[in-house]
Write a protein that binds this ligand. Structure first.
Ligand SMILES: [Zn+2]
Length: 459
């Protein structure tokens, strides 16, 4: 059994790991490298021939796990892409959005360079465009949780729920030579909607993500006390409450908690807007996928009470509807993307609200260095949005406990199931991985920090 990684090796994004056993070659995920420091890696060739792969096992629909699938297909991959049904639906939305953004960026760059249509240029072309996506989607094959999938030559894969986002899975790969487990992304055990991932079966090697392997998340209880206090204070101030939010999972979790607080009379029933076409589509998928969540979610939906729809919720999909929100000036909650405030409709709301002392900005997601979101978290007093200088007078709050990722304790608990299997650490920053490798060593487990392009013998 051999491992060869083509991404999420000594970095968080670009998940792509080939496992080879008895001549069968399966790829676990094929994600995009995200962020200015690693984006150039998307242009590099895969360290294997995509045409020689037998199958892809896709753990979930986040872009850093599915975003290079169209490139894999372009380079000759024709095998099946096995995934849970909701992962296919999410991937379709995510890939189309990524393709559209790449095409828009490219066209903008051409306009700036003064290029006419069809005039040649040396501007980097998009990795793929929307027209490339159907060829990838037609390779999808639906799998079910806990049902072993035959990959030939005695190799079988079983998808098991990972509790990270809708449809997320970790995979157990059984072979005549032993068992390999790949974690994908694992969820936060304190998620209000996702069931905690079960422990994997004992195995010979385990690939494990390490995104937050060096920290403990704030408890959900404390997080909700904080969230409620922030919303109450914002309502008293009489302003608009803005949640910049990732369209997938974070938006639905925020909606879930707002709905629960309104239902229990903990916050007043003020208007709530999801001002994002993509978040609206994702919320619909969450409503359809109810049976994948904790039992009470499906039960509520069955009883006609939608846990993702506060009574005052409106989805503003059309641009005209969204523009009307520019005039909001009292007591409403607006959830809009992008999550790190690098684009999208949230920028209009920030421009219209940040200068008002009665407005509130609630940051519930990770903010990378160099983004507008990060500057606001760091206390910027002035920001520039659409060329306009804006004084930041609104209150800015950061709430960290709503992460969809496992923390150190979650990872350690999950790993217990794998016995004493050697751990191959992926999907993390090197200092985080080193600290986690130290924790594992102190518990008698060997850990390897996986490097991109290097082959490992899994035994
Ligand atoms: Zn993920």
């Amino acid at each position: 059994m051999k491992l060869l990684s083509a991404g999420a090796a000594l970095t968080v994004t670009g998940s792509c790991h080939r496992i080879e056993v008895r001549g069968r070659r399966v790829l676990v995920d094929c994600g995009l490298f995200q962020g200015s420091e690693v984006a150039a890696l998307n242009q590099e060739p895969f360290p294997f021939d995509p045409a020689e792969l037998d199958a892809v096992l896709l753990t979930h629909g986040h872009l850093d796990h599915c975003g290079r699938l169209p490139l894999l297909v372009e380079k000759g991959f024709r095998g099946p892409i096995h995934a849970i049904r909701s992962t296919r639906s999410i991937t379709e939305i995510i890939l189309n959005d990524a393709a559209k953004l790449q095409q828009e960026d490219w066209e903008r760059a051409r306009r700036r360079a003064g290029k006419k249509p069809r005039e040649p240029d040396d501007i980097e072309a998009p990795l793929y465009v929307p027209g490339d996506i159907p060829k990838t989607l037609e390779l999808f094959h639906e799998v079910r949780f806990d049902a072993p999938l035959d990959l030939g030559e005695g190799v079988r894969a079983t998808f098991r729920p990972a509790g990270h986002i809708l449809g997320s899975a970790f995979v157990e790969i059984d072979t005549p030579d032993g068992r390999v487990v790949a974690s994908g992304d694992l969820g936060n055990r304190e998620s209000a909607i996702q069931e905690e991932a079960p422990q994997p079966r004992e195995c010979d090697a385990v690939l494990v993500e390490t995104t937050y392997a060096d920290r403990a998340h704030r408890s959900l209880e404390n997080t909700l006390v904080e969230l409620r206090a922030v919303i109450q204070k914002a309502v008293e101030a009489g302003g608009v409450v803005m949640f910049p939010s990732f369209a997938l999972e974070r938006t639905q979790v925020v909606l879930y908690h707002i709905n629960a607080m309104m239902r229990d009379g903990l916050i007043p029933k003020i208007d709530v807007y999801v001002d994002s076409p993509m978040a609206t589509r994702m919320t619909r998928l969450y409503q359809e996928g109810a049976n994948e969540f904790k039992d009470h979610i499906a039960a509520e939906l069955d009883a006609g009470r939608d846990p993702f729809e506060p009574p005052t919720l409106r989805f503003t999909v059309a641009t005209e509807e969204s523009k009307k929100l520019n005039d909001l000036d009292c007591c409403a909650i607006v959830i809009a993307g992008s999550g790190m405030m690098t684009g999208g409709r949230i920028l209009h709301h920030l421009r219209n609200q940040l200068y008002k002392p009665e407005a509130t900005l609630v940051i519930v997601g990770f903010q990378a260095q160099g983004t507008l979101g990060r500057r606001l978290v760091d206390g910027a007093k002035h920001v520039r949005i659409y060329g306009r200088e804006i004084d930041v007078k609104a209150s800015v709050h950061t709430i960290n406990g709503l992460s969809a990722h496992a923390d150190r304790d979650d990872l350690l608990r999950w790993l217990e199931g794998t016995g004493s299997a050697r751990a191959y650490l992926v999907h993390g920053e090197p200092p985080v991985m080193e600290s986690f490798a130290g924790v594992l060593a102190s518990r008698g487990r060997e850990a390897i920090l996986v490097e991109r392009g290097r082959e490992y013998d899994l035994g």
